[in-house]
Design a protein around this ligand. Structure first.
Ligand code: TMP
Length: 416
């Protein structure tokens, strides 16, 4: 894409079809993880269209534009290991894979976009050789400091080729919460084909589009999430690259996630597992292959905006102090789409050191640590990281002397 910061997407990233139909327009927003410095209160930020398109051929949903990956991912403040729920999810994943697969002694586990090494730590505990691939310098450094061998680069064929002479081929390649970030999925899959052993396993976790649509999780849409997956388009992608889906499982993490296990096709391993047809039937029955289903989302999202603004203004009018919890990327979409700024929300609490003392993009609300909240007790907390609601509620009730109430924005605005 040369030096341009973004380009329009004209065809489906998976099947190449040009018949893409826009079904959701969230306006123009700044980049969700582009936090501002404490001085930047008057800064004019660049804003980009945030719109979602449906592919009438393979049912993939994708953004209408692509912001340059170098702009999006070279510095990344998100740290996987901040959430204990995610750490638990990683430990369970590692135990399950280590326990149920005939793992070869000393097998190599590769994690693509390994973040701060959160998942690989767990595999290390289970005596695997581990290798992380992470494009963000700041995160690769943290992982290395924690003893996780990490290659600081983007995932592609060249990276895969460089790894083989040093570490050998991988027994398992894992990609959790990364496929949605990838523009060229064909190159991504080709690189997996290079590094994975012929008897190896490729495991992907992606947020499930069915949950996004059915639970109005529109705030999980932001410029880093280029694609929104169902099983149908994934199966096409895997097929095109000589992979078979052997199993699919569903998990509640991040508002609804599917874990897809695939292996290279070989004699006797061509047929997809039974769970694949179960998921495809489910998607068909739930109308996920019909544009009508998607067109209804817009009204529900507008209602969330209206209800949330009304609730916040009402509380503010009664003299209540409202703060938010979790300076998440989805929080950025929510605040910017709804037009919520520091007139309504006093501050955002986040445990990530890299985020503290910054301003949230667009809304310019200051991000603080938990001790600030203890001193400036809010009456209400808007949960911007609603995917970790339980964990956050437990945490805040412990450090908080007086009762606090919570505002949860999706699937519909709720105060509890
Ligand atoms: P996510 O919803 O994109 O996963 O982001 C969650 C954000 O919430 C992330 O910035 C970390 C923050 N967070 C805390 O600060 N403390 C917590 O206990 C949890 C669960 C999340």
């Amino acid at each position: 894409m040369g030096n341009a910061i973004y380009k329009r997407i004209a065809k489906c990233r998976i099947c190449g079809n040009k018949n893409l139909v826009k079904y959701l327009n969230l306006g123009k927003t700044p980049l969700a993880n582009r936090l501002l410095g404490p001085q930047d209160t008057d800064k004019q930020e660049e804003k980009f269209p945030l719109e979602v398109m449906y592919c009438k051929n393979c049912s993939l949903s994708q953004l209408s534009i692509l912001v340059s990956p170098r702009v999006l991912f070279s510095y990344y403040p998100y740290r996987s290991s901040i959430s204990s729920a995610f750490r638990k999810h990683c430990a369970e994943m590692s135990n399950k894979i280590s326990g149920t697969l005939k793992t070869k002694p000393n097998g190599l586990i590769v994690d693509i976009a390994s973040n701060d090494g959160c998942l690989l730590q767990e595999f290390k505990k289970n005596n695997f050789r581990t290798l992380g691939i992470e494009p963000a310098k700041n995160l690769a450094k943290i992982a290395e400091e924690n003893g996780i061998d990490t290659v600081n680069s983007f995932w592609n064929g060249e990276t895969a080729e460089k790894i083989i002479p040093i570490h050998g081929k991988a027994q398992v390649i894992i990609a959790t919460n990364v496929l949605a970030h990838v523009d060229n999925l064909n190159k991504f899959m080709a690189a997996v084909g290079i590094l994975l052993r012929d008897d190896g396993l490729f495991i992907v976790e992606v947020p499930y589009l069915y949950d996004l649509i059915s639970k109005n999780e529109f705030d999980t849409i932001y410029h880093e999430h280029l694609s929104y997956f169902l099983v149908k388009p994934l199966q096409k992608l895997y097929n095109d690259h000589g992979f078979t889906i052997v199993n699919i499982e569903k998990y509640p993490i991040h508002g609804g996630t599917i874990r897809v296990y695939a292996s290279k096709k070989s004699p006797g391993r061509e047929n997809p597992g039974k769970s694949v047809s179960n998921f495809l039937n489910f998607e068909q029955n739930e109308g996920m292959y019909s544009l009508k289903t998607y067109n209804k989302l817009d009204d529900r999202v507008k209602k969330i905006k209206k209800d949330l603004l009304k609730a916040l203004k009402n509380l503010k009018g009664k003299g209540k102090k409202i703060a938010a919890y979790g300076a998440s990327a989805k929080g950025s979409t929510l605040l910017n789409y709804c037009g919520i700024d520091n007139g309504l929300i006093s501050f955002i609490v986040d445990d990530t050191p890299e985020k503290q003392n910054h301003l949230a993009p667009g809304s310019k609300i200051k991000i603080v640590d938990a001790s600030y909240m203890e001193k400036n007790k809010p009456d209400y907390l808007l949960l911007l990281a609603w995917n970790f609601a339980k964990e956050i509620m437990e945490k805040t009730s412990k450090i908080y002397g007086k009762p606090v109430r919570y505002i949860i924005p999706v699937p519909k605005v709720k105060i509890q």
